[in-house]
Design a protein around this ligand. Structure first.
Ligand code: SAH
Length: 238
């Protein structure tokens, strides 16, 4: 089954309708017709094989044939918290974190953060997450949330077992990454980086400072590389 025949639908029932962008993609790009097979998913972790039963203007009616659990999702919950980035860099990070298996992406504003967030941008990020999940064959879509302060974002990670804070001015890592197991929350700053007080607040909230090496990475590189390294260490990329 080609990856492009996967469709995210909010509610799946025995007869599921594809409308809007999904309809346009199905018709204009994939040229799907009656009798064609598709895979539907609703972000719950299950996926559904369906057949296109009826094509009408603006809607494709799909009959669900079977349902199964999807084995592509991460077993270990991973949350990436990233400072809001300029241009479309946050979208890039959400897309890559989704592919790498993150369960959740939190975007935050912090002292040296130059980008802003609004409902429209947040909605766009959620859409990027859905499309990335669709493309990489996940059956869950990472939740994307925004907090307008770093303490609020840190607080939202309280339940993660491991809390790691990528700090560009940390000289050494306070956590032994090679021994990681269990759920992980990762924090990466925006282009402007972190203030000393922000790092201190994170440590007080239970985060361990982590260095990503001697070079200063761009924020998006740091976010993607950190997620990939931790996913690997958790056994999710093997
Ligand atoms: N403006 C800052 C750099 C910010 S880099 C400066 O000039 O110093 C953006 C973010 O990427 C940082 O806040 C940190 O979370 C992460 N990062 C980049 N390089 C890093 C490194 N070598 N070690 C740990 N974190 C790093």
């Amino acid at each position: 089954m080609s990856t492009t025949r996967r469709f995210y639908v909010e509610h799946i029932s025995r007869e599921t309708e594809l409308t809007g962008d999904a309809y346009t993609h199905a018709r204009s790009v994939l040229r799907l017709k009656e009798g064609d097979e598709v895979v539907l998913f609703d972000g719950s972790g299950r996926e559904y094989t369906a057949i296109v039963n009826r094509v009408s203007k603006g809607s494709l009616l799909c009959g669900v044939l079977s349902e199964r659990a999807c084995d592509k999702d991460s077993r270990v919950p991973l949350c990436l918290c990233v400072g809001a980035l300029k241009g479309d860099k946050t979208e890039l990070v959400v897309q890559k974190a989704t592919e790498l298996g993150a369960a959740e992406v939190i975007v935050f504003s912090s002292r040296f953060c130059a980008a802003y967030m609004n409902e429209k941008k947040l909605e766009r990020l959620r859409r990027v997450a859905r499309e990335a999940a669709q493309q990489c064959r996940r059956a869950t879509v990472p939740a994307v949330r925004y907090f307008d302060s770093l303490p609020a974002a840190l607080e939202a990670c309280a339940d993660y077992k491991n809390k790691l804070f990528a700090c560009e001015f940390a000289e050494r890592s306070e956590a032994d990454l090679r021994a990681l197991s269990g759920s992980c929350a990762l924090v990466v700053g925006s282009e402007g980086g972190f203030a000393e007080e922000e790092f201190a607040a994170a440590r007080a909230a239970g985060f361990a400072g982590v260095t990503l090496g001697r070079r200063i990475l761009r924020a998006e590189t740091a976010a993607i590389a950190f997620t990939a390294v931790v996913a690997y260490l958790l056994g999710e990329l093997g």
